[in-house]
Design a protein around this ligand. Structure first.
Ligand code: RIB
Length: 302
C-alpha cells in the first residue's frame, strides 16, 4: 500500500517580486505579480503526486473564485480530492514577496483552512486507513492537527509533521509524530534552544527527541539537511543550483521524503532524493509552478 494522505492547507498565493524586502511602514513598487496555487498542504500533495505517488488530500477551500481553481489544480495533478470540501466564504490566501536573493516573506490569511475540524478527520478516516504515510503541516487548526495525528497513530500509520509555520507544540502532539521536518528557525521555536551553530541544532533536536519525536530532518536551506534519530546523524550537502525563488522548497522536500519513505527506501536514499527535488524547486518561480516531476528529477544532471 504505497499511498500518502496529506492533511492540510490549500491557498492561492498572490506573489510580487521586489529587490529588497520592505521595511516597517515602507511602500515599495514591486513587479511580476502572479496568482499561483500554493498552501503548504497542497504543495506537499502535488509534490508527492508529481514524484509518482498515489496521493489523497484532506482539506478545505472557499466558495470564492479561488476555491474551484485550487481544486482543479489538485485534480489536474492527479491528487485525489474526494475529501476536500468547499466551505461558504473565502479560500486561504498567501501574500508573498520574493526578493532578488530568492528569499521570501509570506503572510497567510487562512480562510477555509481554519474550518477543518475534528469531524472532518472522522469523515476522511478511510483516506488515512488506505495510506501508509500521513503528512500534516501547521496551517490548519491545532486541535484538528492533534486529532489527526492521534487517529493516524491509532491506525499505525507513519506520521510526518512539517511544523510550518512554527508554533510551540504540546507533548500530546509531539508524541504522535514519527518524523518532524523543521527548518532551523522552526526548530528553534519548537525546542526553545537558540540556534547559532551545528551543536545548537543537535541540542535542539535532542530536546525534540526527548519530547517523543522519533526522527527529525532539519532542512538547512542551501547548506543541506540533517537527519537525526536516537542513534544516527546523517548530513546531506545540498545540490548546487542557481536559485530564483525558494518558495515551497521545504514543501517539495517534505513531499519527496514522504514518497521515498512510503516506498520503503532507507533514510540516506530518501534525503538524497529530497535534496535533488528541493534543489530543482528553487530554480523555478512560485509554489506549485516550481515542483518537479519524477522525470525531471531523474534526468537532471546535478
Ligand atoms: O511553503 C510555501 C507556502 O506557504 C505557500 O505556497 C503559501 O501558500 C504558504 O502556505
Amino acid at each position: 500500500m504505497n499511498k500518502i494522505c496529506v492533511i492540510g492547507s490549500i491557498n492561492m498565493d498572490l506573489v510580487v517580486n521586489v529587490d529588497e524586502m520592505p521595511k516597517k511602514g515602507q511602500t515599495l513598487i514591486g513587479s511580476n505579480f502572479k496568482e499561483v496555487p500554493g498552501g503548504k498542504g497542497a504543495n506537499q500533495a502535488v509534490a508527492a503526486s508529481r514524484l509518482g505517488a498515489n496521493v489523497c488530500m484532506v482539506g478545505k477551500v472557499g466558495s470564492d473564485g479561488f476555491g474551484q481553481n485550487l481544486l482543479n489544480q489538485l485534480k489536474n495533478n492527479n491528487v485525489d480530492t474526494k475529501y476536500i470540501q468547499i466551505e461558504e466564504g473565502a479560500s486561504g490566501v498567501a501574500l508573498i514577496t520574493v526578493d532578488k536573493n530568492a528569499e521570501n516573506a509570506i503572510v497567510v490569511s487562512p480562510g477555509a483552512n481554519f474550518k477543518l475540524a475534528q469531524k472532518d478527520i472522522d469523515n476522511c478516516i478511510d483516506a488515512i486507513k488506505e495510506s501508509n504515510v500521513v503528512v500534516i503541516q501547521l496551517e490548519t487548526p491545532i486541535d484538528t492537527i492533534k486529532y489527526a495525528l492521534e487517529k493516524s497513530k491509532e491506525l499505525d500509520k507513519f506520521t510526518i509533521l512539517n511544523p510550518a509555520p512554527a508554533v510551540k507544540l504540546g507533548d500530546d502532539i509531539i508524541k504522535n509524530v514519527d518524523l518532524l521536518t523543521p527548518n532551523e528557525t522552526e526548530l528553534e521555536i519548537l525546542s526553545g534552544v537558540s540556534i547559532n551553530n551545528e551543536d545548537d541544532i543537535l541540542k535542539a533536536a535532542q530536546v525534540m527527541l526527548e519530547k517523543g519525536v522519533k526522527k527529525l530532518i532539519v532542512t538547512l536551506g542551501s547548506k543541506g539537511s540533517l537527519y537525526i534519530d536516537k542513534e544516527n546523524k546523517i548530513f546531506k550537502k545540498s545540490y548546487k543550483v542557481y536559485a530564483i525563488d525558494t518558495t515551497a522548497a521545504g514543501d517539495s522536500y517534505t513531499g519527496a521524503i514522504a514518497v521515498s519513505l512510503s516506498q520503503g527506501k532507507n533514510v540516506e536514499d530518501a534525503i538524497d532524493f529530497a535534496s535533488r527535488v528541493g534543489a530543482l524547486c528553487v530554480t523555478k518561480e512560485g509554489a506549485q509552478t516550481s515542483l518537479p516531476t519524477i522525470e525531471e528529477v531523474l534526468n537532471y544532471k546535478f
